[in-house]
Write a protein that binds this ligand. Structure first.
Ligand SMILES: [Zn+2]
Length: 224
């Protein structure tokens, strides 16, 4: 019996050692598997977190857009406030009663019937019959009268605050002189057909507007 027990004990020890070894190996493998799984999870998380970050970035960008817009709005409001009296809708009136037949287009060339080609249009053409009265679009001082080679008889009025209006394709009966102070609605002349560049268009006033030396769309300031 003792002998058997003695023999068994080393066997047990060996078995225990083997079991321990296996369990260690098993545990180790479990841990390695776990750690690798954790790594995968981590990498998955990072993969997921990247688009989340992108989304949050996108959200922040889309959130910024309205603030940019609102800033632009506030800036344009400030600009409108800075322009003073002539910018107010009540300060302006249409120089003639009529519809716009050719839009302002300084960037996209539009077709000119007269010249049979596409060209920019620095003002608006307002349909009106020959000799129809043309009035000052706002109060100001006449700074130029005369015949322009391309646009015919023309009157220029400075309204202050950087605004200058130009009335072209007038008849030769111009009723104001350079230096005259005019009120809004004062008659400055009549519709003619003196613009070489627009002689094939129907009877109209060619009307330009400048703000601080740059052409602007009169329709942005005046209701036609
Ligand atoms: Zn024109």
């Amino acid at each position: 019996m003792r002998h058997n027990i003695k023999e068994k004990k080393p066997m047990d020890k060996a078995a225990v050692a083997m079991i321990l070894c296996f369990s260690v190996v098993a545990l180790a493998s479990v841990f390695t598997v776990k750690s690798s799984l954790d790594k995968i999870n981590l990498s998955d998380n990072t993969d997921i977190s990247v688009p989340q970050n992108d989304e949050s970035k996108d959200r922040s960008v889309t959130k910024r857009v309205p603030t940019v817009d609102s800033q632009d709005n506030s800036q344009s409001n400030v600009q409108k406030e800075n322009t003073g009296n002539p910018s107010g809708s009540s300060a302006w009136t249409a120089p003639v009663d009529g519809l716009i037949t050719l839009e302002y287009s300084t960037e996209l060339p539009i077709y000119s019937k007269t010249l049979n080609q596409y060209m920019v249009h620095n003002g608006v053409d307002i349909a009106a019959p020959l000799d129809a009265r043309v009035q000052a679009a706002a109060a100001g001082t006449v700074v130029e009268t005369g015949k322009d080679d391309r646009l015919g008889y023309t009157v220029k009025i400075n309204h202050g605050n950087g605004f200058i209006t130009t009335y072209s394709n007038l008849s030769d009966k111009i009723l104001v002189e350079s230096g005259d102070v005019v009120k809004k609605g004062d008659i400055i002349g009549g519709i003619g057909n003196t613009s070489l560049f627009e002689s094939s268009e129907d009877s109209h006033l060619h009307f330009e507007m400048q703000k601080d030396g740059n052409l602007v769309n009169p329709a942005d300031y005046i209701k036609f």
